[in-house]
Design a protein around this ligand. Structure first.
Ligand code: SAM
Length: 289
């Protein structure tokens, strides 16, 4: 224990010894963190940013690897921030204390959160996805909109889906916008990337039910028996819907009946409607308290 630790302990703040204070926007560490707004640099470093104290605590509890914890001066003396800082150091990560201007620049937000974590990206391999029992997985074909992807990850978490397969060229699940929209669920829902060919080949050995959603589907989504088998819910791209090859790989093509002038539902909404129907029997309100 250093003198500095002792001093902080005495003042009731368990401040780890490795905190670096950074005040300038031109500091190379800050430049590096700001570059993570771009996919190229996130991928080069294999990391991503997550904002908010609760999110960072949840991520650490779930075993995600934190590389750097950044907190603003407003977080100084906050015992939860200090605990997270100590956990980061214990895991070999760096801790930076910065001003609000720097957190704003890193997260590109006017009213930034007090805490930002830089985490190692984590994707599962498609070959490790072996749905069983009444597991539900979602497969998204070329999802383009970060808000849609984030909302779907959050909804998948809430509905108890086991993971999401991202097919083809999709928006980055680790962008600031997507992570923000997941409200922390990015840490709870396993994600997989696959090409269309890889998905079609994996599909051959999958013995459960693949339900595609299609505006030309002739089956009302509420008439399909989803229970007691693993289900993969396949959703189409926002502009083009499901391409023929993916659509024809499905066991069923379901449609959500609509009226009014809209010709389709938003992708994230359609995914939510489908998921909660598929999980109807599995989800029960706990009324015991
Ligand atoms: N122009 C696209 C098309 O023709 O398919 C619209 C795609 S829609 C915005 C995006 C995805 O949401 C669709 O591919 C489908 O997976 C799902 N979707 C939207 N509305 C739906 C509905 N009424 N029934 C079933 N799926 C729907």
């Amino acid at each position: 224990m250093t003198k500095q630790d002792d001093h902080h302990r005495g003042s009731g703040i368990a401040r780890p010894g490795k905190v670096k204070e950074v005040t300038s926007l031109t500091n190379p560490i800050v430049k590096d963190l700001r570059s993570l707004a771009l996919k190229k640099f996130r991928d080069q470093q294999g990391v991503f940013l997550a904002e908010g104290l609760k999110l960072v605590i949840d991520a650490l509890d779930l075993g995600w690897t934190i590389k750097t914890l950044v907190y603003s001066k407003a977080g100084k003396g906050n015992s939860l921030v200090e605990q997270v800082a100590a956990r980061t150091v214990a895991k070999g990560g760096d801790v930076l204390e910065v001003n609000e201007k720097i957190i704003s620049a890193i997260t590109r937000r006017d009213n930034p959160q007090m805490v930002v974590g830089v985490f190692q990206q984590n994707l599962q391999a498609l070959s490790d996805i072996r749905p069983q029992g009444n597991d539900v997985f979602i497969a998204l074909d070329r999802v383009r909109d970060p808000g849609n992807l984030g909302t779907i990850i959050r909804t998948a978490d809430a509905a108890g889906a086991k993971g999401i397969i991202l097919i083809g060229d999709t928006t980055d699940p680790f962008s600031l916008e997507t992570v923000r929209a997941t409200m922390g669920s990015v840490f709870a829902v396993p994600l997989v990337r696959a090409t269309e060919a890889e998905f079609l080949s994996w599909r051959k050995s999958f013995t459960g039910l693949i339900v595609g959603t299609h505006l030309k589907g002739s089956v009302d989504y509420r008439t399909i028996p989803y229970a007691n088998k693993p289900v993969v819910l396949l959703m189409g791209n926002e502009q083009q819907g499901l391409p023929d090859q993916l659509a024809s790989s499905c066991d069923r093509l379901a449609r959500i009946p609509q009226q009014g002038r809209a010709d389709s539902l938003n992708l994230a909404i359609a995914t939510g409607v489908m998921l909660f129907e598929i999980r109807r029997d599995a989800l029960k309100l706990d009324t015991t308290n």
